[in-house]
Design a protein around this ligand. Structure first.
Ligand code: DSN
Length: 420
C-alpha cells in the first residue's frame, strides 16, 4: 500500500485556505439577506467536492463522447429523474452551468437571432438575460421590454398584452430578479398563445417556493422553465431547464453542443442531492416559512416607517424604497454590511437614481430561514435592519456599526448555519 503523502489545502495554499475559513466565519456571523443567496447543506457541499470534478462527460447519459461513464451516467440520470419529479416536468436538462446559460439555451432552442423577444425590464425587476440592452439577449434578439404600473408597481398585464399584440414576439419571458409579488403564469400563457409566442418562465428566484408549493408552478403553462439551483432551491451553484417533451431535443441540443462543453459532474451530483432534499416534506415547510418570514418582516419594516415597493411581498423578497428620504442605496447597503447585515442595493421601479447607486434595498429571506429563523424572530431582524439604516443615514458611525454587528452576532449564535 502506498503511504498517503499528499498535503492538505492548508499546507499547499495556506493563504487561500485562510481566506476560505474567514468566509465561513463571515457567513456564520452575518445576517445574510441577499435575495439570490442561501446556505447549501453539508450534503450538497460534500457532493461538489469529490472526484467527479476530474471527469469529462460531453453528451448525455447513454450517449457520451468519452469512456468511463459507469458512474457519471447514473448520477446524471438520477438528477434528471428527481428534477422531473420535483417539478412534475416532462423533460429536464441538468447540465446548464447557471441561470444565464440556461436562458441562452432556451433562446437558442426556440428562436433565431433577430427574432423579437419580450421580457420584464431590468429597472422594473427583470433579469439581464430577458432582453436587457447590454446582454447578449438584447444584442442578438430584438428585445421588447414590459414594465410595472407606476401607481402600484405591479406587472401591468394590459401592457404585456398590448405589446405582445403589437410586436408579435417569438418568445415571452416571465420571471424576475426583484419583484415581490406572485407571477400570473396562466395570464402570461394566454397572451403567449394568443400571439403565437413561446412562453419561457425563469423561476431562478422562486424555484424553491415552487418546489415547496409556496408559489404557483409555471410548468403546466410554459414551454420552457429555467432556473438556477442555488437560490431558494438551496442547491449548488448551477442551472436547470425543464420543458415540454416536444422541446426536449431542441433544449438538449442547445445546451450541448450549442452552448456548453462538458457538464460539471460534481455540480450535477450536488443538484441530485438538492432535489432529493427538496422532495422531502420538510422542504414544503421550509418554502412556506420563507414566505411567512418575508410577510412578517415586511410588516415590521412598514411599522418602522419604510415604504416597500408594492406595499409588501408574496414571495421571499422585498424592496425597501429609500427615495422618500433621498438616500443612496449603495451607501446604505455598504454601511449595513459593516454592521453585519448583508443585502444589496437595487433599483426600484421609476427610480430617480442611477442603477449603480439606486434608491432601493433588496431583502431576501431564504438564507436566514435555512438557519431556522421563524416569524417570531422577524421583529428582531426588522429592528436590526431599521436601526442599521438609521445609523447609515446618520453617516455610519463606526462605533454604532460595531454595536449593531455585536447584536447581530449574538442574535444569530443559537442558529446553526447549514453546511458550515
Ligand atoms: N444576480 C442574481 C440576483 O442577485 O438576483 C440574478 O442573476
Amino acid at each position: 500500500m502506498i503511504a498517503r503523502t499528499e498535503p492538505d489545502l492548508h499546507e499547499v495554499d495556506p493563504e487561500i485556505e485562510a481566506l476560505m475559513r474567514k468566509e465561513d466565519a463571515r457567513q456564520r456571523d452575518s445576517l445574510r439577506l441577499i435575495a439570490s443567496e442561501n446556505y447549501a447543506s453539508r450534503a450538497v457541499l460534500t457532493a461538489t467536492a469529490g472526484s467527479l470534478t476530474n471527469k469529462y462527460a460531453e453528451g448525455y447519459p447513454g450517449k457520451r463522447y468519452y469512456e468511463g461513464m459507469d458512474f457519471i451516467d447514473p448520477i446524471e440520470s438520477i438528477a434528471i429523474a428527481r428534477a422531473r419529479q420535483l417539478f412534475a416536468a416532462e423533460h429536464a436538462n441538468v447540465q446548464p452551468y447557471s441561470g444565464s446559460p440556461a436562458n441562452l439555451a432556451a433562446l437558442l432552442a426556440l428562436c433565431q437571432p433577430g427574432d423579437t423577444i419580450m421580457g420584464l425590464s431590468l429597472p422594473a425587476g427583470g433579469h439581464l438575460t430577458h432582453g436587457w440592452k447590454v446582454s447578449a439577449t438584447g444584442i442578438y434578439y430584438k428585445a421588447v421590454q414590459y414594465g410595472v404600473r407606476r401607481d402600484d408597481n405591479r406587472i401591468d398585464m394590459d401592457e404585456v398584452r398590448s405589446l405582445a399584440r403589437e410586436h408579435r414576439p417569438k418568445l415571452i419571458w416571465v420571471g424576475h430578479s426583484a419583484y415581490p409579488r406572485v407571477l400570473d403564469f396562466p395570464a402570461f400563457a394566454a397572451i403567449a398563445q394568443e400571439v403565437g409566442a413561446y412562453l419561457a418562465a425563469d423561476i431562478a428566484h422562486i424555484a424553491g417556493l415552487v418546489a415547496g408549493g409556496a408559489h404557483p408552478s409555471p410548468v403546466p403553462h410554459a414551454d420552457v422553465v429555467t432556473t438556477t439551483t442555488h437560490k431558494t432551491l438551496r442547491g449548488p451553484r448551477g442551472g436547470l431547464i425543464l420543458c415540454k417533451a416536444a422541446h426536449a431535443a431542441a433544449i438538449d441540443k442547445a445546451v450541448f453542443p450549442g452552448l456548453q462543453g462538458g457538464p460539471h459532474n460534481h455540480v450535477t451530483a450536488a443538484k441530485a442531492v438538492a432535489f432529493k432534499e427538496a422532495l422531502a416534506p420538510s422542504f414544503t415547510t421550509y418554502a412556506h416559512q420563507i414566505v411567512a418570514n418575508a410577510r412578517a418582516l415586511a410588516e415590521v419594516l412598514i411599522g418602522r416607517g419604510f415604504r416597500l415597493v408594492t406595499g409588501g411581498t408574496d414571495n421571499h423578497l422585498m424592496l425597501v424604497d429609500l427615495s422618500p428620504r433621498e438616500l443612496s442605496g449603495r451607501k446604505i447597503a455598504h454601511v449595513l454590511n459593516g454592521c453585519g447585515i448583508e443585502l444589496n442595493a437595487n433599483s426600484i421601479p421609476f427610480d430617480p437614481r442611477k442603477p449603480f447607486d439606486p434608491s432601493g434595498l433588496r431583502v431576501g429571506l431564504a438564507a436566514i430561514t435555512s438557519r431556522g429563523l421563524v416569524t417570531e424572530h422577524m421583529g428582531t431582524v426588522g429592528e436590526l435592519i431599521a436601526d442599521a439604516i438609521e445609523v447609515a443615514a446618520a453617516g455610519g458611525d463606526p462605533a454604532r456599526c460595531a454595536a449593531i454587528r455585536g447584536r447581530v452576532a449574538e442574535f444569530l449564535a443559537p442558529f446553526a448555519a447549514p453546511g458550515l
